[in-house]
Structures are given as C-alpha cells and as structure tokens.
Design a protein around this ligand. Structure first.
Ligand code: HEM
Ligand code: HEM
Length: 186
C-alpha cells in the first residue's frame, strides 16, 4: 500500500512526513552554516554564508507555518494506548515546544537582522520587510534571544530523537516507523 497524503490512525501521511524530514535537514544545515560563519575568513564569503543562512531560515519559517496549518486540520496518529499518561503528556508537550521553536527561532533571526539594518534576502529576488526598528539595543537583544532559542532547540530535538529511538529499540512499537516513508503499513 502506498503512503496516503493525509495522516491515518496508524501512520503519518506523506505531507506530514515531507514537512518533518525537510525541516530536520534544513535545521541541521542551519547549525552547520552558523558554525561555518564563525570559522570563515573574509567579509564577502561570510556575507554570502549569512545570506544563505537567512534564506534557509525564512524557508523553515514558511514551512513551519504551512505545517502547523496542515497539523490543525490533520490529526496525528494516536500514541500507543498502553503508554503511561506522563509519557503521552511529555510527547505532546515536546512536540508543541518543537513547533514553537521552529517558528520563534526564524522570527528572532529576522528581528535580529532587521534591528541590525540588513535586508533579509530570500533566494535573491525576494526582500522581506523589516519587522523591528534599526537599533543596537534591539540587535543585541534579538541576537541573544536567537542564540538561546537555538541552544534550546538543540537540547529538545536531541531528546526528541532519543525518545523516538527508545520507542523503536526498547519499547519495540511503531512510533518511529510511522514517521518513515518506506515502512509498509499493511
Ligand atoms: C530555524 C532556523 C534557524 C536556525 C536553527 C538558526 C540557527 C542559528 C545559530 C545556531 C546561530 C549561531 C548562534 C549565534 O552565535 O548567534 C545563528 C546565527 C545567526 N542567525 Fe540564525 N538560525 C535560524 C534562522 C535565522 C533567520 C531566519 C535569520 C534571519 C533572517 C537568522 C539570522 C542569523 C544571524 C544574522 C546570525 C548571526 C551570524 C553571525 O555570526 O554573524 N537566522 N543562527
Ligand atoms: C530539528 C529536529 C526535529 C524537529 C523540529 C522535529 C519536530 C517534530 C514534531 C513537531 C513532531 C510532532 C508531529 C505531530 O504529531 O504534530 C515530530 C514527530 C516525530 N519525530 Fe521529529 N523532529 C525533529 C527531529 C527528529 C529526528 C532526528 C527523529 C528521528 C530519530 C524524529 C522522529 C520523530 C518521530 C518518530 C515522530 C512521531 C512521533 C509520534 O508518533 O508521536 N524527529 N517531530
């Protein structure tokens, strides 16, 4: 049986899975780019990397908004019923935290570079408007917020990935498999 577009009672559908794994890849690229920006010599090369970081970041923001809309009209498959209540709550809580972070991080980055007085070029031709006034105080503030939130995302996402592996390896249920496109569900 092929992968349906919408979520079913047993599995995430194609749309949710594409959103999930595309954002995972882009988020990993963002950390690698941030590290490369730190390491690289030369103003031009650095500016190019920062522009790419902004482009990928604004793409994540757009995907996060579309993904949340899709999520509101598409219930995810329920967690295994025998899972203790606290684990169900921890899973749901961390999922909403992850949604919050993939929205708040690009927004803080956008505010950060608006305050610094730079445009936010998206794939070159699209120029996003500034969302906060140019100000050194705001630039410092949103720079700090951006950094803190990215640290929080790293911690929560690693915990989330370990929890998924725990379900697969120790609890031997379908929680990881149902987010994988090649798993046969019939
Ligand atoms: C989910 C999306 C994003 C992730 C995971 C992310 C991650 C990071 C990380 C880890 C850093 C290095 C931490 C620091 O030293 O401040 C950073 C720096 C930065 N980010 Fe992002 N970011 C994202 C989106 C954005 C967006 C949308 C913008 C702007 C439109 C942006 C603008 C910046 C800027 C200007 C820096 C400082 C670069 C420098 O060192 O000069 N980020 N980001
Ligand atoms: C940037 C990193 C990540 C983010 C932002 C993220 C975000 C999310 C979100 C928001 C959900 C909830 C979907 C919903 O039901 O509405 C989810 C589910 C899931 N994620 Fe991730 N994720 C990340 C990385 C990973 C990784 C690395 C793995 C695998 C090891 C993974 C495995 C899963 C699985 C198996 C589910 C389904 C859980 C369930 O059935 O309830 N995620 N993820």
């Amino acid at each position: 049986m092929g992968l349906p577009l919408r979520n079913t009672e047993r599995s995430y559908g194609l749309v949710s899975q594409v959103f999930h794994w595309l954002v995972v890849v882009l988020v990993i690229i963002q950390y690698i780019w941030a590290w490369r920006i730190d390491e690289i010599d030369g103003l031009r090369a650095r500016l190019e990397l920062v522009t790419q970081h902004k482009t990928f970041g604004m793409t994540i923001l757009s995907l996060a908004v579309l993904r949340l809309l899709w999520r509101l009209f598409n219930r995810p498959p329920p967690l295994p019923a025998r899972l203790p209540r606290w684990e169900q709550m921890a899973a749901h809580g961390s999922h909403w935290l992850l949604y919050g972070l993939i929205l708040a991080i690009p927004l803080s980055g956008w505010a950060y570079s608006s305050a610094a007085g730079f445009g936010d070029y998206w794939w070159g031709p699209v120029d996003f408007p500034s969302i906060v006034a140019k100000s050194e105080a705001l630039e410092d503030l949103f720079g700090e917020v951006h950094e803190w939130l990215t640290t929080a995302l790293a911690v929560v996402a690693i915990g989330h990935a370990l929890a998924a592996l725990r379900h697969h390896i120790w609890l031997k249920n379908d929680v990881l498999k149902r987010m994988l496109p090649l798993w046969r569900r019939d």
